[in-house]
Design a binder for this molecule. Structure first.
Ligand code: HPA
Length: 270
């Protein structure tokens, strides 16, 4: 194991001896789930060797460990984005750290724009697959064989068992859960209307600036993955209005509780 992982693990084990079962990455404006963690141990990224700071709005930049229902979890309250200038390897680091801490499952949430015009603002979407249009990949460079193989299969990256479970819990909770393909875009600008038309032709249902690097990393190291998007806006050009960060934040705030309830219901039965 690389020295930096050992140092990071030491920094965490000096604060807690909890062994998390599930890792959770919380998207823009969706950090509230971390408040539901009982007996929480909070560790700012700045205190962990190898971890970069989270600079995006609505991303606190800390790990929160503890329990939600019957599960021991480690939550990333605030994620790292490629557009912040972090390298893909830096974005991979916390996912691998959570794997080393013991997680078997990674749950990812994000805020995204709808490319599929049959979706509505405020809808939740279960990610069934993704398209990587970020122009980079965390698995390039020397393969860290401790974590996984050079050539990593992505056929079942979004774990079918967890997708079925999510659909079942959503139905029980009376939540409409759309299903589709998430396209990862580098950002930080929102897409052009022409890009959105192109992405629709390619098979994208939603678009966002995260998730893909973390899921590639998780899949490579053998983690089960569940990813749910909150649609905060229709993608560029669909409605004849400008996209705004405020709309993303406001919709995330308005719908965060529903997503939280769904994730908690799923966690109980993972
Ligand atoms: N595009 C990219 N990222 C996003 C969007 C979008 O429309 N909405 C929220 N995150």
């Amino acid at each position: 194991m690389k020295e930096i992982y050992k140092k990071a693990l030491e920094a965490i084990s000096s604060k807690t001896d909890l062994v998390p079962q599930v890792g959770i990455i919380l998207g823009s404006g969706l950090g509230g789930l971390a408040q539901r963690i009982e007996n929480a141990v909070v560790i700012p990224y700045a205190e962990i060797p190898g971890m970069k700071a989270s600079t995006a709005p609505g991303h606190a930049g800390q790990f929160v460990l503890g329990t939600i229902g019957n599960k021991t979890v480690i939550c990333m309250q605030g994620r790292l984005h490629f557009y912040e200038g972090h390298t893909m390897q830096e974005i991979a680091f916390p996912v691998r750290l959570m794997k080393l801490l013991g997680i078997k499952t990674l749950v990812v949430t994000n805020a995204c724009g709808a490319v599929n015009t049959s979706f509505s603002i405020g809808d939740l979407m279960l990610i069934e697959d993704h398209i990587n249009m970020m122009g980079a990949n965390p698995l390039t460079g020397e393969n860290e064989a401790d974590f996984g193989p050079r050539f990593c299969d992505m056929t079942f990256a979004y774990t079918p068992r967890l997708r079925e479970l999510a659909a079942q819990v959503a139905e029980e909770q009376g939540i409409l859960l759309q299903k589709g393909v998430y396209l990862g875009y580098m950002g930080p600008n929102y897409e052009t209307p022409a890009e959105i038309r192109a992405f629709r032709t390619m098979g994208a249902d939603t678009v966002g600036m995260s998730t893909v690097p973390e899921v590639l990393t998780a899949s490579h190291c053998g983690l089960e993955v569940l990813a749910i998007s909150l649609i905060t806006n229709m993608a560029a050009g669909i409605q004849k209005v400008k996209l705004s960060e405020q709309e993303v934040i406001d919709t995330a705030a308005a719908r965060a509780k529903v997503l939280q309830g769904l994730v908690e219901g799923i966690l109980e039965r993972i």
